[in-house]
Design a protein around this ligand. Structure first.
Ligand code: KG4
Ligand code: ZN
Length: 338
């Protein structure tokens, strides 16, 4: 039997999860609302709030799982990538807890964990089968946009990535231009569902399987400024259609590269992961592409799209099975790669 406690603190969510033999039994997420006042995550404030949240969050996760700390077999934690001050809180907590309990420590790469969220069986699907290897995963978050060739649980190759902003950043920066609060992605998604794609933003011509979103952001800024000059109420009157148009373009940029990758690698098991995989437009468009291209698509449960410790726990479980542990000399890696 393996009972693993996992800690996630790479950005602005403090999360703890308990996993028993590969099954997630609790996943507690403490969101930080303080950043809304600043239009983005303030690293110093994020680490301070992690400090306040970490112990109650772990308590909550253990209680909900009905597990006593002395029953734990290992502690998994996010080593990176992420904000140094935020990571430090989770890493230090994990190290001390493992030392106190005299149990092994397991390091997890946050981006690999987003992909491995597909190995968590959703609560209402007891017969769930995860994607078979190899599969392609479009990982889209606030910090990353990658197409990953997943050959095994920990053998992943990035075959395409953004050259500038991440897809989540494109949502969040657009939201800021539109005067919407941080994080803007979920709100753009909500408004997009009430609008039509009436405005055409150009799709950038980027080689191979790579992406670029910075041009789109600039185009949106000019478009809004030009129109506000003609009609000061332009934003207020057209916010739903603007959101639908921006979201439609971001989704088409992502899916066109994903189609190219699937053709190039002759793979039809296609997954999406990361915070932006919660986007309803992306989820819908992926289902349509699945029909058009004979893909089998894997879309994570909404609980496991944005940052959470359950994905760290499942990654930790696979590493536990391999006896892949780290020592007390481990430190966070803000730019951790794989
Ligand atoms: O994976 P995540 O929680 O954190 C990182 O590792 O970055 O992703 C956060 C990103 C933010 O940019 C947020 O705006 C975006 O995911 N996001 C969405 C939606 N939900 C979260 N973007 C578009 N539509 C959504 N429904
Ligand atoms: Zn993430």
């Amino acid at each position: 039997m393996a009972i693993i406690l996992a800690i996630e603190s790479s950005c602005d969510e403090t999360s703890a999860s308990v996993c028993i033999d590969g099954k997630i039994v609790s996943n507690i997420i403490a969101n930080q609302t303080i950043h809304q006042n600043y239009g983005g995550v303030v690293p110093e404030l994020a680490s301070r709030v992690h400090q306040q949240n970490i112990i109650p969050t772990v308590h909550h996760a253990l209680n909900e799982a009905n597990v006593n700390k002395n029953q734990l077999h290992a502690i998994a934690f996010t080593r990176g990538p992420g904000l140094l001050g935020s990571l430090l809180v989770g890493v230090s907590f994990a190290k001390s807890f493992a030392l106190g309990l005299n149990i092994p420590l397991i390091e997890v790469n946050h981006i690999q964990a987003h992909v491995l969220a597909h190995f968590i069986a959703p609560k209402n699907m007891p017969n769930y089968t995860p994607p078979p290897f190899p599969f392609l995963c479009l990982t889209v978050s606030g910090g990353h946009t990658q197409i990953v060739l997943v050959k095994n649980h920990f053998d992943m190759q990035i075959i395409g990535q953004t050259l500038d902003d991440a897809a989540g950043e494109a949502f969040d920066k657009t939201a800021k231009i539109l005067g919407l609060p941080y994080p803007g992605g979920p709100l753009i998604d909500k408004y997009a569902q009430m609008g039509q794609q009436t405005y055409a933003f150009t799709e950038p011509n980027i080689p191979e399987l790579n992406f670029s979103f910075s041009g789109l952001k600039t185009a949106i800024l000019y478009f809004i400024n030009d129109n506000i000059k003609k009609n000061p109420d332009f934003l207020k009157q057209n916010i739903h259609n603007i959101c639908a148009s921006v979201q439609g373009r971001i989704v088409s940029i992502l899916l066109n590269k994903l189609k190219k990758a699937a053709q190039l690698y002759q793979i039809n098991h296609i997954a999406i992961a990361g915070g932006v995989s919660a986007n309803s437009g992306l989820r819908q468009a992926l289902h349509i592409e699945a029909q058009n291209n004979n893909w089998k698509v894997y879309i994570p449960d909404l609980n496991y799209c944005t940052d959470n410790a359950a994905m760290i726990a499942i990654a930790g479980y696979f590493k536990y099975l391999n006896h892949d542990f780290v020592g007390q000399n481990i430190s966070p890696l803000p730019r951790m790669s794989f």
